[in-house]
Design a protein around this ligand. Structure first.
Ligand SMILES: [Zn+2]
Length: 283
């Protein structure tokens, strides 16, 4: 399996973000399901996005923890107030689940996606989360995406700059795992969520890059990675997971699994697969 091409990372991030934006719009137009996410980037590479938060034609409300700006006309005032309360609840929930609070104000910007391609992005160095939606998409789905993006910010605050180098599996895995019930629907945990894929031999290898793959694969990988993170934390503890998280080099499976856990990525993946299929009892 080929992962990231060998091009300078500074160039890679904006390229990957643009590519994913395009894919997301296509996917949601076709199938209208689930949530799409993007890895955080070091800074705002695209002039039109983050500065829009400060524009006059946005409705703004917030406090020291969370500032919400939404494209004018996207929500009625009451709706925006409800959205703000829902986002506050989501931030509190993911902070509790992640085990750490944001170190400063998070700005969240809800923009209008003319094509109704729901998608989100976290500019963690700018403490800015953006979600793009349209009037026909239920507001709850905006909150689901925001929950995932908030965890990227919490990771930045918890792990520092090493977060930007994290193994993609762990970066997106913990953001999805941290979003918990916002992504699980009726499922009890990510282990049971991914079990049918594993049982039916439809699971993708964990060390798969989603670049160039269908967006449905990307989505499946996010759930599998969340389940893998769930496995690592439950079996090896959070402290070791944190050590692992800061040892990555962006590409999938690049973290120092052998150094931290004493067995390599392949061995851990095999253990994870067996765990997913095992009897669902508390260890
Ligand atoms: Zn993400």
């Amino acid at each position: 399996m080929v992962f990231w091409p060998k091009i300078p990372r500074a160039a890679l991030r904006p390229i990957s973000v643009v590519a994913l934006l395009i894919i997301a719009v296509w996917f949601l137009g076709q199938e209208r399901q689930t949530t799409i996410h993007f890895m955080p980037v070091e800074s705002n590479q695209y002039g039109e996005v983050a500065p829009a938060v400060l524009r006059a034609d946005y409705d703004v409300r917030g406090d020291d923890h969370l500032i919400l700006s939404s494209s004018q006309g996207l929500f009625e005032q009451q709706e925006q107030a409800r959205l703000y309360a829902d986002l506050q609840r989501a931030l509190a929930y993911v902070s509790e689940r992640f085990g750490g609070s944001a170190l400063g104000t998070i700005s969240i910007y809800i923009g209008h996606a003319p094509s109704c391609g729901l998608h989100g992005i976290a500019y963690t160095e700018m403490r800015t989360v953006q979600v793009f939606t349209c009037a026909s998409i239920p507001m709850g789905r905006v909150v689901n995406i925001a929950a995932h993006e908030f965890v990227h910010q919490l990771c930045h605050d918890h792990y520092g700059p090493a977060h930007l180098e994290a193994d993609l599996i762990l970066m997106e895995g913990i953001a999805t795992w941290g979003a918990g019930s916002y992504w699980l629907g009726d499922a009890a945990d990510f282990r049971s969520f991914v079990r049918p894929w594993v049982a039916e031999d439809r699971a993708l290898p964990l060390a798969t890059s989603y670049v160039g793959r269908p967006i449905s694969d990307m989505n499946q990988l996010y759930y599998q990675w969340a389940s893998f993170v769930e496995f690592l934390i439950e079996h090896e503890g959070r402290e070791r997971f944190d050590m692992l998280y800061v040892s990555g080099a962006n590409s999938p499976a690049s973290a120092d699994y052998l150094g931290v856990y004493g067995r390599d990525f392949g061995a851990l993946e095999a253990e994870w697969l067996a765990w997913v299929l095992g009897e669902h009892t508390e260890d």
